[in-house]
Design a binder for this molecule. Sequence first.
Ligand code: SAM
Length: 264
Amino acid sequence: MFPFWSHAIAPLLEVVRPATVLEIGSQHGETTQQVLAALPTAELHVIDPAPGFDVEAWQTRHGERFVFHRALSLDVLPSLPPVDLALVDGDHNWFTVSNELDVLRRTAASAGRPLPVLVLHDVCWPYGRRDGYYAPETVPAEHRQPFAYQGMVPGRSELVADGGTNGWIANAAHEGGPRNGVRTALEDFLADLPSEGPDVRCLVIEVLAGLAIVASDDQRTRRPDLDALLDRLADPRVRATIHDEGVAELRAIFGHPDDGTDGA
Ligand SMILES: C[S@@+](CC[C@H](N)C(=O)[O-])C[C@H]1O[C@@H](n2cnc3c(N)ncnc32)[C@H](O)[C@@H]1O
């Protein structure tokens, strides 16, 4: 998610000024740390079953406003309070993401609050149209695609026996089709929003692994700068900058541009 930080996520936090934020999937805590620094008084709920940082030390450092849930998102989300903004970057599959979005919508609606501003990573290749499963046994078999621990290559639906991207994760055997991938989950969520609302604007930044931002009309009316920011992020020149800077950053970290999912 970090290639999107300076041009998209940081300005979004500045405009939305959320009092409560949720991060699904924190890994090494790179984005977590940035959110805590950017919003010094906000409460941040973080969900990750296998964090790669010292959660207890972070809890001591940040106090009660840093609330960590060592769990699968769908096990803990229904018991969380409504949030103003949610960063969704956990298990990259249709079942998990569509249910995460649905629980977030229902929680907000039952509290009489607007849909949180939703920020989803991995809406483009490789997981936009293909499920990945960190732990396939945690996703009900009837909601899983056939999968294999093999890598992915752009433009090719089948997995590859040697090399490719993210072969250490269980990846759906084929790309595309119904109920497959994060982008498909987002589109299905938007298509299934109840007719009574909320109405939303959805912007997809189609560079690198892709970032989607969903803002309800309610949020955009309350925060007039939100539309201006989304307009700016729709500008191809801004996207080109995000792409070029992101590729340089990924190259510096991984030695190749890849897609940003290994470490982001
Ligand atoms: C791509 S990484 C997140 C990167 C992070 N957002 C960042 O910007 O640095 C995905 C993380 O999601 C976690 N994860 C996997 N399945 C999950 C689930 N069902 N619920 C929450 N987190 C999950 C993994 O343990 C991993 O740390």
